[in-house]
Design a binder for this molecule. Sequence first.
Ligand code: SF4
Ligand code: SF4
Length: 372
Amino acid sequence: MTKIDPYFADELKKYGTDDFTACFNCGNCTAVCSLTDKSVFFPRMMIRMGMLGLKDEILSQPEPWLCYACGDCSETCPRQADPGQFMAAIRRYSVAAMEPTGITKMMFKNNPLFLLITLIIAGFLGFFLLTLKPETNYARWLFAYLPFGTIHDLGLIVFGITGISAAWGVVKMFLKLKKAAGKAPGKAIPVSQAINQVIREVTVLKRYQSCDKEADSHWHAKSFSLKPWFIHWSIMWGFIGLLAATTLNFLLKDPETTVWWPSRILGSLAGILMVYGSTLAIWYRLKKVTKAYDETKLADWMFLLFLWVAGVTGFWLEIAVFLNADMLANHLVFLFHTVISMELVLLFAFSKFAHAFYRPLALYFYYRRQSA
Ligand code: SF4
Ligand code: SF4
């Protein structure tokens, strides 16, 4: 049975869409979006669903995650309904709806609370990290006053909750998309073929590239290195590269005294990509270069700033290691860098970052639907 929520439009406004109800269903946005095809009709269809209060239908479709937020549709909307912003809002709503603890809901809807939670997590992580290095002078001094065991165990519990929340969200979304896909007519393409297409898309962001290639796009004649798809690609692969380098460093116990070790070279290259991408993404938002960068939510600012700070402090530490500069300032930067990096991991399940799971999943169901 189809459920209608008459308050859904008001609820969505709390996730960052201003006046999508101004839409009069002309279809310009869908016509201009280079990512729509015979099987997906967004953003117009999603907006209609939003206006009708069909929240379960929205949560069961891959469409919200197929949009790359290029903003072209918003440029052409005759009613200033800002369909691009609407698509971003339903992605935030979906992340909150999939996450079981309710923390994401609170953080997206309430900016002061979001800041407070982020600061509390940062402070707590600082203490937790010191429990991992109890032999240092700072840790010995601190734990003369604070309960070592409680902070250590609480830290492990917090990371456990993050992992469970992330897994819960992915499974919940998978089941919703699967159920909706089961009702689609026609025969789906084989699983291996769909997975192959997802991998190709994630590797080179071909669909995102097609947004920037449009003849009337602001980015059409710009160098590829300045285009939004490449910025997104740099941040994504920079972050993945840094995760891989950190894991390798941990597993292989690489010496911390040289920057020429393979894992450290990989980390430096990935760091360059991430700092490059996040710097341009922040710059475009500050300059509001196109409609897509017109209005940035606090959660998006925080996410980008965390990435940028993690990258820049990482390079600070590389230089400190290279110069063998054993100074208090560098220890503090190390603590700051690790707290920010761990906070990024912790916020994985509760922030915009969750799109790293949800988009590939949605792409999979989209590709399977191709032959339907
Ligand atoms: S272009 Fe604007 S008014 Fe037309 S369907 Fe899209 S959102 Fe609605
Ligand atoms: S923001 Fe871009 S990708 Fe998303 S719906 Fe609008 S035109 Fe399509």
